[in-house]
Design a protein around this ligand. Structure first.
Ligand code: FAD
Ligand code: FES
Length: 239
């Protein structure tokens, strides 16, 4: 679905990360890992993909890390201004209602994890970032969340993969989103303990709808389009 959406609010949540809330003039089910291609009108020919952070009555939320020209311009969009949103796109993570999930995120890969709080899953969270400044701060229930930073200034010290084995509970499926190195290590850990796991992958995307064949990922066993076959892939599809 293509829509021109109005920016309702914009807040800085950490040094480089912004929380944007757009009005969404239609209702649709959205699953963790699904994304929108966003196009800002002025001066931008291309759309870029952003995971849905949360959605609720008439609004969709994103966490935007200001990395380069596009994301910086998006994070400075004025409240009341509009952007073109195409989505929700991709498969997203779907499991039986009430399933137990350990949602693991690294850096801006934490953005889609909050979706589990909008849906009927029993979710716990293992989230990590480089330091407290790059932590994509948002509310997850503290009693169900373990926070890890590389410098240890916020939460435990280290990488999420250092705590994964001790934190995961029996019967939990894993949903993970983050840098490639985190995904590779987690896939190895899940494989060695026989855990059912799903990984939300990043790739450069031009169209976002399966038309250009541009979104390859070195993490997949065979060529698949990250935008339309994914971005969520099961552990059996990961190298
Ligand atoms: C399915 C999906 C969901 C995403 N969700 C989010 C999200 O919720 N929040 C968010 O901030 N970003 C998300 N991204 C990444 C986002 O689309 C890019 O960071 C953004 O388009 C960068 O554009 P830019 O012009 O600002 O940066 P550029 O100037 O193009 O690049 C800045 C830096 O980011 C790297 N980069 C750019 N695009 C990507 C990419 N797609 N994958 C990996 N590295 C990239 C470049 O190599 C460079 O180092 C997502 C990407 C995908 C594929
Ligand atoms: S981005 Fe065009 S096919 Fe995936």
């Amino acid at each position: 679905m293509l829509t021109r959406a109005k920016l309702k609010s914009r807040n800085r949540v950490s040094e480089k990360i912004w929380h944007l809330v757009f009005e969404l003039p239609f209702e649709q089910e959205i699953y963790p890992g699904q994304f929108f291609m966003i196009k800002i009108d002025e001066g931008f020919e291309f759309k870029h993909p952003f995971s849905v952070h949360r959605f609720s009555d008439g609004v969709v939320e994103f966490l935007i890390e200001s990395r380069g020209y596009f994301s910086r311009s998006l994070s400075y969009l004025n409240v009341g201004g509009t952007a073109q949103l195409t989505g929700p796109l991709g498969n997203g993570f779907k499991a039986k209602e009430g399933s137990s999930v350990l949602a693991v995120g690294g850096g801006i890969g934490c953005a889609p994890l909050a979706m589990f709080e909008c849906l009927h899953y029993k979710a716990r969270y293992l989230v990590g970032s480089k330091d407290e400044k790059s932590f994509p701060g948002f509310d997850l229930p503290p009693e169900k969340t373990l926070v890890v930073t590389e410098n240890g200034k916020y939460g435990k010290k280290g990488l999420v993969t250092d705590y994964f084995i001790e934190f995961i509970e029996e019967g939990e499926k894993v949903f993970a989103c983050g840098p490639d190195q985190m995904i590779i290590k987690l896939a190895q850990q899940c494989r060695s303990r026989g855990t059912d796991a799903y990984f939300c992958l990043e790739a450069y995307m031009a169209c976002g709808i399966g038309a250009c064949a541009g979104c390859v990922s070195p993490l997949l066993r065979e060529y698949k389009k990250v935008c339309s076959d994914g971005p969520v892939f099961s552990i059996r599809e990961i190298i």
